[in-house]
Write a protein that binds this ligand. Structure first.
Ligand SMILES: Nc1ncnc2c1ncn2[C@@H]1O[C@H](COP(=O)(O)OP(=O)(O)OP(=O)(O)O)[C@@H](O)[C@H]1O
Length: 259
């Protein structure tokens, strides 16, 4: 594993009136790792992720992507730089097909004069590409690429959302509670998909309250408390109850791993 973080933050601060959502928060995502971010309700996890993805502009602090200081002005700005976020609720557009969902916001127009004048979409290309992306990710239990997403199971939908995030030259994929609404089997598929993406060299940030899932896939666990990172622990060296105790303040972060 390279020692340079791909995405890094130092001293992020964000206040909402009197509420300090981020209080000198640090963050490091290494290439080719699954980094879990855990914390109690209101600890500031969402605000941290939003700051890293242009959805919230921090009051101050520094963000670096591949070592370069960066100031995202919007989520589109972050997306254009290869940072893709899958939110639990906004994952997909139910009425659109799988292929259309994969290309949402990145539709491919036909190259010929018809495409130029009438802005006609190149559906053949989009369907071929969608099939290829889904099969690369082992998601081809989905039979028909033109099937509306609302007819898929929860796990398949989440699969499409994750495939979309991973498909287009992304450098970082952030998953916000990707298994929260899923059953056991479907969760398993999404966890397997995460491991497959990691094996393909894509670093992943997993925000989750589900400790068994976190401990199953994470290489490191960032623990957030009261607006800041208080520790980064190795799940092989700590139990789930340690993680929860550190997260809630019942246990001091281990000295070697305190942030
Ligand atoms: N837009 C906002 N306006 C006012 N306060 C906010 C806003 N967003 C977040 N906060 C406050 O900032 C603090 C951190 O919230 P945040 O949503 O980042 O926590 P979280 O760790 O993601 O919590 P959860 O696990 O419950 O989603 C909370 O006290 C929250 O009420």
């Amino acid at each position: 594993m390279s020692t340079e973080p791909i995405l890094q933050a130092r001293g992020l601060n964000k206040r909402y009136g009197r509420v300090v959502a981020l209080d000198n928060a640090d963050f490091d995502l290494m290439p080719n790792e699954i980094l879990a971010v855990i914390g109690d309700n209101g600890a500031g996890k969402s605000t941290l992720i939003k700051a890293l993805t242009g959805a919230v502009i921090p009051d101050f602090g520094e963000i670096r992507l591949n070592g370069q200081p960066i100031a995202f002005k919007s989520p589109i700005d972050a997306r254009n730089r290869g940072i893709e976020t899958v939110y639990q609720n906004l994952a997909v557009s139910p009425a659109l097909s799988i292929a259309d969902n994969l290309f949402l916001g990145r539709e491919k127009r036909r190259d010929d004069w018809i495409g130029k004048i009438f802005r006609t979409l190149d559906r053949g290309y989009m369907q071929r590409e969608a099939r290829q992306k889904l099969s690369e990710l082992g998601l081809l239990t989905i039979q028909n690429i033109n099937q509306p997403v609302e007819t898929l199971s929860g796990g398949q939908r989440q699969g499409v959302a994750v495939a979309r995030a991973a498909a287009f030259g992304s450098r970082v994929v952030i998953l916000d509670e990707p298994t929260a609404a899923l059953g056991v089997k479907e969760s398993r598929k999404v966890l397997e998909l995460m491991l497959r993406l990691k094996a393909r060299g894509l670093p992943i940030v997993l925000i989750s309250h589900n400790m068994p899932h976190v401990f199953e896939v994470a290489d490191r666990i960032h623990i957030h408390r009261l607006g800041k990172r208080i520790a980064v622990i190795d799940p092989k060296k700590h139990s789930m109850s340690d993680a929860v105790a550190i997260m809630t303040g019942a246990m001091a972060p281990p000295a070697a791993e305190a942030a």
